[in-house]
Design a protein. Sequence first.
Length: 644
Amino acid sequence: MAKKQAPAPRPQPPTTHTKPPKTDTASAHHSYWKALLLCVAWTLVLYLPALNNGFVNWDDPGYVTNNFMIRSLGVDNIRRMFSEVVLANYHPLTMLSYAFNYAFGGENAWGYHALNVLLHAANTGLVFVLVYRLSQGRLLAALLVALLFGVHPMHVESVAWVSERKDVLYVLFYVGAMLTYWQYGVSGSKRYLGFTALLFVAALLSKPSAVTLPIALLLLDFWSGRSWRNRGVWLEKLPFFALSLLFGIVTVMAQSPKAIAELDNYSLFQKIMFGGYGFAYYIAQLLLPNNLAALHPYPTFVKNASLPPIYLVATIAALAFLTATYWAYRKGDKIVPFGMAFYGLQIILVLQFVTVGKAVVAERYSYLSYIGLFFIIGMWLAQYIAKNPQRQTLVWAGVLLWTAVLSALSWQQIGVWKNPETLWTKTLSAHPNCDVAYDNRGIYYRQQKQNDKAFSDFNNVLKINPSYALTYNNRGNIYFEQQKDELALADYNKALNLDSTLTEALVNRAVIKVRNQQIADGMRDFALAQQHNREFPNLYLNRGIAYTMQNQHQAAYDDFTAYLALKPDNDGIYNSRAISLQNLNRHTEAIADFNQAIRLAPKQGLYYLNRSYSYNAIGDRAMAKQDALKAQSLGAKVPANYLQ
């Protein structure tokens, strides 16, 4: 009879390090909860200023303020969230979270920031629990790692920027999955492996960066002493790797051609140095965070030219860190290899070996990866105290001082995200030649009717980067408002020469042409804009007005209807659509639209007067007179003969 094989050994807590001293169980339990609550409470209090911040004009419009997908939780919108990409990313759970925010608070930025802060505080608590379990109950290690995670200035971008909801959301599920996997190793119960799989799917649906989880689980096996030579270690993770492959393919397909820079822009050597610079940069910023900014652009240089010396120095430093990690592994240490491997695993996807976007490094990329580096620091200090208990007070004092300094820096950085002006002014103080910062600040100034400042910023952009298509469009808008149609048209043409798909410029050029009686050319531009972007509200607004000018009232009605499907809270367009209905002799429908306009703007006398005309047209003289008098009381000019 064949012998029954023993089951594969399960992960166990590591035994290669100094064990924490024995303590009274009740006292330890009490200390555990006090430390956990301290981390979470400190984080929440630190981020209270974020609740006073507004939206910024960097991705927030695409994700929230101009994202019509989140305007309702209807079946069609939810289907779109799970079947479409937004800003070249597939993260339906993140979009669903925005939809819940919108359902409860509309476009009030407070609710979006509040949820980001709550998610970050929850992540801080989960990090505490994870490190406490991995370290066999070393309270100092758990407390330090969680506090650093909660208060570090490099994490402000992920929390205070509404568009980085995907960071705080996916990490919630990611760290949760690591906890359930660790519990699976301790208990051997397959249900915890099932929980891990569910949390992994949720993390992937929140941000594709979660594809690294299967390797993170292998790192947990390494930490626990479970051999990678065991086939079961790999077989149980096959579904996880399959999911990572699937979502990796989806992510590559979702990336727009504009998001990935041309491969010929940089040489292979330059890309290697970008990677080395990023690897060392995040480590340096952990210890001494400085020069924080929303955008850290690539250095200005040409292919095969020499990079600034810091890139070579940083690459050498990165190689030194990797060599030290290997040396520690060969010496039998687990702390450094585990922490550095976790850091490297999370950061390798964003080290710009393939150049993506406009930033060589970004602070948000440290959000999950820093856990590995914090873990090394926490475990080292915990071991130091275990060997030198008489210096415990000194270590705790140092920890609190460092945490206080980091908190002060974070408090200051949270205020930077208050509005676009504060954000981009700070970015320009760090990177004076950042074209994106000038352009976005100029857009904000124009919205604030500070056209002189906006014009100056747009001109600065074009001095730095004469090929910045969007800036020509933005400067053209100022010329348009100043009735300088020739200058506006020249800027719109330049923008479209650089980017023929730029919807804003097509619509704006169409308006100029229609205003100058070049109707056919203007309508062609409107049609091209619609081909490139069917969800651009201003297209339908401006074309609807153009149709009205041509007495094409049905076409105008259709465009105003399309606009209201995207932006249902515009009282002026309800009024305009109602006027189209009046011209189509559909007065009952017009009255319904005037009702909506008045509901949204009850102090607008013109809407009452226009509704009065429709009441009069259907023979309801009493309501017509009542509305006319109301319009007059609100300052609208009512013809005297009409009242008679």
